[in-house]
Design a protein around this ligand. Structure first.
Ligand SMILES: Nc1ncnc2c1ncn2[C@@H]1O[C@H](COP(=O)(O)OP(=O)(O)OP(=O)(O)O)[C@@H](O)[C@H]1O
Length: 467
């Protein structure tokens, strides 16, 4: 990746070199440095054929060719290229005619620069979204991930997770922030690292946990300070933003930011600039920002505890990592992965998991998600002596986890539908209990969980059946 923004070229067609130079400077200040000047409109067709152009900024009064002619031709021959007319003429009829010919927007040269920059940024954003959509649709349709190695650390075969891989690949090169949502322990940091790896940015990923940072610490951590900025600041300190130059700044637990820090972050994202404490020389934000939170940001902004403008700034690209209880199909893979990993770390032989262990885990809601599963496995493997792993550590951990049992999902189809002669209720219950006990390998705690009843209820039932 060249690192220029946007990833596509913006061609500015104007016969006045001074105007082209000043436009280039104004846009550069707004972070746009992929501008191709074109002083002769007759060269535009060749440029459009040669380069990946997304946007044309077009003057109307030029020698050789009229701007309106050029506009009509670009609209007809390159429907994917947006055209913004930047003209010296402040005439409503001309503007209306241009929009009818297919112009995306119309600006008067002498009017405020900010409006033109805003219009260009809007068009860039729209074009980026169009490209992302196209890219994503083709990836999802082909069901492929072009660079699976970026996701090597994420163990899953879940469809929702795999479609997040496709989405992340599509948005990874974007300079806009990425918001990663999901409960604690679902693997948000792993996704942030994958997005960084896919971004092609040569710099590092620098992670900052925002939880517990008050406003002053937040500013000092991110922006750094100049020597003598405050009592005790006898050395200048580089902020994490600078450490992450040309790479990614990963801000975790963003939902915990106080209002003052929220304002600071918003300003940083809006202006792309910041001041180290005690310094009056602005620095440019040269890192891509990825933020994560386990909190429901949409609800928090609706409740007024998270700034709405910051929320909208952050949520252009967002992913929600599903909790483990919504992807129980991943349990066998993750169990295998963590057994292998922990055994290696402890220098032990990898234990065999009892067959009914996955069924037991499937009855649990995992409020701590993958992190909780990982800890359970680590505990069980460190206690483990025999060849087959004992279920006791898991049963105890699940009980400690608040018995957040979630009985197995109801069968999709009625299992009695194909049966001609129905069993009596008594026989059906008896059969169900026997089946649960057999699936649980005789473990009553697990069998009770599979049946959605307490262990004492199951034990009473078994005693009654025997007596
Ligand atoms: N799909 C997965 N495959 C392998 N390991 C995983 C997976 N998901 C999570 N983990 C592991 O689980 C632990 C928790 O993951 P991570 O720190 O990324 O979660 P998080 O969502 O960022 O949590 P928090 O909100 O508490 O910061 C890490 O050790 C991580 O390596």
């Amino acid at each position: 990746m060249s690192g220029r923004y946007p990833s596509f070229a913006i061609v500015a067609v104007d016969d006045e070199p001074a105007w082209l130079r000043s436009l280039s400077l104004v846009l550069e200040r707004a972070g746009i440095d992929h501008l191709v000047p074109c002083q002769d409109a007759r060269e535009l067709p060749a440029l459009l054929a040669r380069e990946d152009v997304g946007l044309v900024l077009l003057d109307l009064n030029m020698p050789h060719l009229s701007g309106e002619e050029v506009l009509a031709r670009v609209a007809a021959e390159h429907p994917g290229v947006a055209v913004i007319v930047v003209s010296g003429m402040n005439q409503v009829e001309t503007a209306v005619r241009c929009v009818k010919l297919g112009a995306f927007d119309y600006f008067v040269k002498t009017a405020e620069e900010d409006r033109l920059v805003g219009g260009v940024l809007r068009a860039v954003r729209m074009l980026e979204l169009e490209r992302e959509n196209r890219d994503m649709a083709s990836r999802v349709l082909s069901g492929t991930v072009a660079r699976p190695e970026a996701f090597a650390g994420i163990v899953t075969r879940d469809r929702a997770m795999l479609s997040i891989f496709s989405y992340l690949e599509a948005v990874a090169p974007s300079p806009q922030p990425l918001l990663v949502l999901g409960e604690s322990g679902v693997g948000k940091e792993l996704f942030a690292r994958a997005a960084h790896a896919l971004s092609g940015r040569p710099g590092p990923l620098v992670a900052v946990n925002a939880a517990g940072l008050d406003e002053a610490m937040f500013a000092d951590t991110l922006f750094g300070h100049a020597r003598g900025a405050f009592t005790g600041a006898d050395q200048a300190r580089r902020g994490m933003i600078e450490e992450a130059a040309d790479g990614t700044l990963f801000l975790d637990e963003i939902g915990d930011l106080g209002t003052g820090s929220q304002v600071k972050l918003l300003r940083l994202l809006q202006e792309g600039e910041y001041f180290p404490l005690g310094s009056d020389r602005p620095r440019r934000l040269q890192a891509r920002v990825i933020v994560a939170t386990h909190q429901d940001l949409a609800a928090r902004q609706a409740a007024g505890t998270f700034r709405r403008d910051l929320y909208y700034r952050l949520c252009t690209h967002q992913v929600r990592i599903p909790p483990l209880r919504e992807r129980k199909g991943d349990l066998p893979l993750l169990l295998d992965h963590f057994l292998e990993e922990t055994a290696r770390e402890l220098g032990k032989k990898r234990p065999t998991a009892p067959r009914e262990l996955v069924a037991l885990l499937g009855t649990y809601a995992f409020p701590g998600n993958v992190r909780e599963l990982r800890a359970m496995v680590a505990d069980a493997v460190s206690l483990h002596r025999e060849k087959v792993l004992s279920m006791d550590a898991f049963v105890a951990a699940i009980e400690r986890g608040g018995g957040a049992a979630s009985p197995g999902a109801a069968p999709a189809a009625n299992p009695f539908a194909p049966v001609e002669q129905l069993p009596t209720i008594h026989d059906a219950v008896e059969l169900l209990v026997q089946e649960a006990l057999s699936r649980a390998g005789g473990n009553q705690t697990l069998a009770a969980r599979l049946l959605g009843i307490t262990q004492s209820a199951l034990s009473k039932r078994l005693k009654a059946a025997r007596g």
